[in-house]
Design a protein around this ligand. Structure first.
Ligand code: HSE
Length: 365
């Protein structure tokens, strides 16, 4: 059995990865080794009633003993350790959740329901680095990948509604703590005049009483139309990824599809949503579009454009903790026959992070 080293298994993405690997029986197919940057020698996770002793994630020789390494440890670790493995001529497969190596020429961004043919070709060509994509990009492609595969998209805008989990576990807790404090302040005055309630809560949001160390300002009862750092021309890095990563996943580096939009953090817990405007490159009837979405993959769920179905299924509440990406509000826009409106929701930690990694492991095995 292949030796598989796992690093960063304790974090948010790593925990979801382990949960999914246990659920799908992946550990029965591999010889797993767990690494830690700070607790080598101590007990690691219990997998199928066996405790694994932690190895040193900073020891290149121990890492080089692995056939496959899966890292959820973050970009700084990748930047430090991946070149060190090259220096000892390691020939194994590097599967990574971090963005650090995504755009490198010797890496592929993995999302096998969308680009399995490109993954297979890369394996044949000897590519060793397989990197999970940005969550928003992966979830968008899991929703409407068929429209790209059919080469129907001339350009697209994406307006996102991104959950707290995109920042990590601390961000999720910060949002929930803010909600608790807001609830505590609202509770005793809930039966009183609405304007008093509104004033007190508005003042609370503007005060220093809500901890906002992670997000900078309260996210509860608020939103933040800025995610990650600034890049060029007023874009954020998260917005930049929509264009660059989508086109890399689709193998369209030399013939990219224009994609841009605004990424917004909202008070959802672990699922991202997106409102898409798509300019088709030809007129296609809406029934054909719907069928393409429905038939794309077993993980894509089409939602009828009705108030009942939309409220029930096209949101974080419905998709969280599942592998479903829901796609709805599909309609031609008043802008013209070639303009499509679509809304999609998906779990940021599953298809947006952990799932492509464990599926890549299975492809390599
Ligand atoms: N950058 C994403 C976010 C998560 O902040 O929501 C990781 O893809």
């Amino acid at each position: 059995m292949k030796k598989v080293g796992i690093i960063g298994w304790r974090g948010m993405v790593g925990s979801v990865l382990l949960e999914r690997m246990e659920m799908e029986g992946d550990f029965a197919k591999i010889d797993p080794y767990f690494f830690s940057t700070s607790q080598a020698g101590q007990n690691g996770p219990l997998i199928y009633n066996k405790t694994h002793t932690l190895r040193d994630a900073n020891d290149v020789n121990e890492l080089a003993d692995m056939d496959i390494i899966i890292s959820c440890q973050g970009g700084d670790y990748t930047k430090k350790v991946r070149p060190a493995l090259d220096e000892v001529s390691w020939q194994g497969y590097w599967i990574d959740a971090a963005s650090a190596k995504r755009m490198d020429d010797d890496s592929l961004i993995i999302l096998d329901p969308v680009n399995k043919d490109i993954i297979d070709k890369a394996l044949n060509d000897g590519v060793k680095n397989f990197i999970g994509g940005n969550c928003t990009v992966s979830l968008m492609l899991m929703g409407i990948g068929s429209l790209f595969q059919e080469n129907l998209v001339e350009w697209m805008t994406s307006m996102s509604y991104q959950a707290a989990s995109g920042g990590g576990a601390r961000h999720m807790k910060e949002l929930l703590t803010q909600m608790k404090v807001i609830g505590d302040v609202a509770n005793p005055i809930m039966e009183g005049p609405i304007l008093q309630l509104d004033t007190d809560i508005s003042n609370l949001l503007k005060s220093e009483k809500l901890n906002a160390d992670c997000f900078g300002v309260p996210l509860a009862l608020n939103l933040i139309p800025w995610i990650d750092s600034a890049v060029e021309k007023g874009q954020t890095r998260e917005e930049w990824k929509a264009f660059s990563e989508t086109n890399k996943i689709l193998g369209r580096k030399d013939n990219p599809i224009p994609i841009d939009g605004t990424c917004v953090r909202v008070g959802a817990l672990r699922s991202h949503s997106q409102a898409l405007t798509i300019k088709l490159n030809k007129s296609v009837d809406i029934k054909t579009i719907e069928d393409m979405i429905k038939n794309f993959s077993e993980f894509t769920e089409f939602v009828e454009n009705t108030p009942e179905a939309t409220r029930e299924k096209l949101n974080p509440r419905y998709v969280s903790g599942t592998l479903k990406t829901t796609v709805g509000r599909v309609r031609k826009m008043n802008l013209g026959d070639e303009y499509l409106n679509i809304f999609t929701s998906g779990d940021q930690l599953l298809w947006g992070a952990a799932e492509p990694l464990r599926r890549m492991l299975n492809i390599v095995l």
